[in-house]
Design a protein around this ligand. Structure first.
Ligand SMILES: Nc1ncnc2c1ncn2[C@@H]1O[C@H](COP(=O)(O)OP(=O)(O)OP(=O)(O)O)[C@@H](O)[C@H]1O
Length: 614
């Protein structure tokens, strides 16, 4: 039976050799050759043999004898002892003594004895009892840092591994853990040394580094850490942080960056990696787990730093957080009260092709512009580097809007005259059935041709003030004796109709809009490079008063650039996207596609917006 199988196998194998040789000698094309080989009957036979071998392996066979090479030596010496060996005996001796057969038998014995592990040096005879718990770790140092920090126990002088950095060399070895007691480095005992001296030994070591450690039983079992994603809401630089346990192992980050926090086991110092804020990139990035993490302060650590900074600062009153009454002009406006103008003076082409565009009235825009400029000038505490007491990190999760849910609120943000209104208007004109802006409220009397709920919601001052007291306004203020504002109800109204609500607000109004209900997506509109800004706006006209427009002046460009820079510095942690308004049509097309992605694709949002219970 066995002979028949062996014959069958050798027949199949000779077919393989013959067919392959034949095909190659015919010099046929690669695809044709592959096709022929795949169709060959011997392939089926080979697969059957392979299956038989797998079955055989499943039976976990035991070897007939584990010392075939020893037996062969016995046979060879027995043959040598025969005085007149037969031709068969001589042939057998010749076969067994050939180096190939010897190597084959030796391999057979290794497999039969399952002798695959490395040969370890014998344990020294004078080894102390407690050295049982000692671990010898050999790391091959390349250009990367070892990825571990050490600390000295001040009482005992013992040196411990303080932290193993995720993704670093020590972490990948899985042999060094936080809490392990370091006994020797390359044969040098480290007890009693200063950490700097141990680091010096490590720095002087090249190639292989041998650590002798006593593992910390609690840590070696491996404490699996839950990974969380956080958005940085503050800037951090380890090299400027005097409290950092190891500044070179620290990770710098700035507001708005997305961090994958991989270790929170230490209440004061976490470990994290920076990741791309693009959901597509994070889900398909295999490298993220292999890159080395860095040490960052925990949320509580940063909060206590923020408190310290806050107390040490002189008292600054934020005028920007109070709604401001603006009675003056936006641009040296020398005009009488607003309502004296005919309706056409105030309208800013808000009817186009039969489509009514709400929220583009001149007084409304001028109120917003003036109030922003005044606030900016009057509030000295709004400098970009002032860290407020906001949470230092915001935990985020990926979210995709279910089709039955309201659209996310789209907030456009930008310095005055950067083109926010122009883009918003172009977007609505492009697709008025999808995009809409909320209708503002005003106390100004309705004029001929106007309708309440179209140009404005015309309401009394009493009602307006009542709404203010009840926090119904996202933004409000006074312009030429009349109140103007954008209410949350108007936003809800647009969203309830299944449309995408596009608003532009002053930067400080973003925070109150950040809610689970609205899930705002913030797009910052920034100016292009200085020369492109001046070139593209050469023929543009800007509002100078309720009645007049004029060309851009150099000081407008300078102000626009400076304001953009300030807004970006101070509020970038809230931006979901930054769009450069260079060529108008291209910017509008881009804006349209960003909004589509925001509504239809996975995005990072604060976890508090996606939790069920809230
Ligand atoms: N990409 C662009 N290329 C050329 N001109 C532009 C571009 N974007 C905007 N403009 C023009 O710049 C001027 C100011 O734009 P817009 O009124 O939209 O600014 P804004 O940021 O809304 O400021 P405001 O506070 O005055 O409402 C307008 O004349 C507009 O047509």
């Amino acid at each position: 039976m066995r002979q028949t199988i062996d014959e069958g196998v050798s027949e199949v194998l000779s077919c393989v050799v013959e067919d392959v040789g034949h095909a190659v000698s015919r010099n046929v094309g690669g695809a044709e050759l592959l096709h022929e080989l795949l169709n060959a009957p011997w392939l089926r036979s080979l697969l059957q043999i392979y299956e038989c071998l797998l079955d055989f392996e499943m039976l976990t066979p035991t070897p007939l004898l584990p010392y075939a090479s020893g037996l062969s030596h016995e046979i060879m010496s027995a043959v040598q002892m025969i005085q007149h060996p037969s031709a068969e005996a001589r042939e057998l001796h010749c076969l067994l003594s050939s180096p190939h057969i010897q190597a084959l038998l030796s391999s057979h014995d290794s497999v039969a004895q399952a002798d695959f592990g490395p040969v370890l040096p014998p344990l020294p005879d004078d080894m102390a009892e407690d050295e049982e718990a000692m671990r010898i770790v050999c790391l091959v140092k390349n250009n990367q840092p070892l990825g571990a920090t050490i600390r000295r126990d001040e009482e005992t002088g013992a040196i411990y591994i303080a932290r193993v950095i995720h993704g670093g060399l020590a972490d990948r070895s899985r042999l060094l853990h936080a809490g392990d007691l370091l006994v020797e480095v390359n044969g040098n005992p480290v007890a009693g040394l200063e950490p700097e001296q141990v680091i010096q030994i490590l720095m002087n070591s090249h190639g292989t580094i041998l650590f002798k450690v006593i593992p910390d039983a609690a840590q070696s079992s491996g404490n699996s850490q839950k990974t969380v994603f956080m958005k940085a809401m503050v800037d951090y630089c380890p090299l400027l942080d005097t409290c950092s346990p190891c500044p070179p192992a620290g990770m710098m980050f700035s507001r708005g960056e997305l961090l994958q926090v991989v270790d929170q086991s230490d209440a004061r110092w976490w470990q994290a990696r920076k990741i791309s804020s693009s959901p597509m990139k994070i889900s398909s990035s295999p490298s993220s787990s292999s890159t080395c993490a860095g040490i960052i302060p925990s949320a509580s650590m940063l909060r206590s730093k923020q408190r310290e900074n806050w107390w040490s600062q002189p008292l600054q009153v934020h005028t920007c957080i109070k709604p401001l009454t603006v009675g003056g002009s936006a641009d040296n406006i020398q005009t009488p009260a607003d309502e004296h103008f005919p309706a056409t003076d105030e309208a800013d082409s808000d009817v186009t092709d039969g489509i009514y565009l709400a929220g583009f009235r001149r007084s409304f825009r001028l109120w917003r512009r003036t109030s922003y400029r005044r606030r900016r000038q009057s509030c000295s505490s709004c400098s970009p580097d002032t860290s407020s007491l906001c949470p230092p990190y915001e935990e985020v999760a990926l979210y995709q809007r279910p089709p039955q849910e309201n659209h996310r609120l789209i907030i456009l943000l930008g310095a005055t005259r950067v083109g926010v209104n122009e883009l918003r208007k172009s977007l609505i004109k492009l697709n008025p059935s999808s995009f809409q802006s909320p209708v503002p409220h005003t106390t100004r009397p309705m004029r001929a041709g106007e309708q309440t709920g179209r140009e404005y919601h015309f309401i009394t001052r009493e009602l307006f003030e009542y709404m203010v007291c009840n926090h119904r306004f996202v933004e409000y203020g006074e312009f030429k004796g009349q109140l103007y504002g954008t209410s949350t109800d108007s936003i809800d109204d647009v969203l309830r109709r299944g449309r995408m609500c596009i608003i532009d607000v002053e930067p400080h109004s973003i925070q109150p809009l950040r809610s689970k209900k609205l899930k705002p997506f913030v797009i910052f509109i920034k100016p292009p490079a200085a020369d492109r800004l001046r070139e593209t706006r050469r023929n543009a006209r800007i509002l100078s008063s309720c009645r007049e427009t004029r060309e851009f002046r150099e000081e407008d460009f300078v102000d626009l650039e400076e304001t953009s820079r300030l807004i970006e510095e101070k509020y970038k942690q809230f931006f979901d996207f930054t769009l450069e308004n260079n060529e108008l049509q291209e910017s509008c097309r881009k804006l349209c596609s960003i909004i589509k992605e925001a509504q239809e694709e996975e995005q990072w949002i604060p976890v508090s917006w996606s939790r069920e219970e809230e």
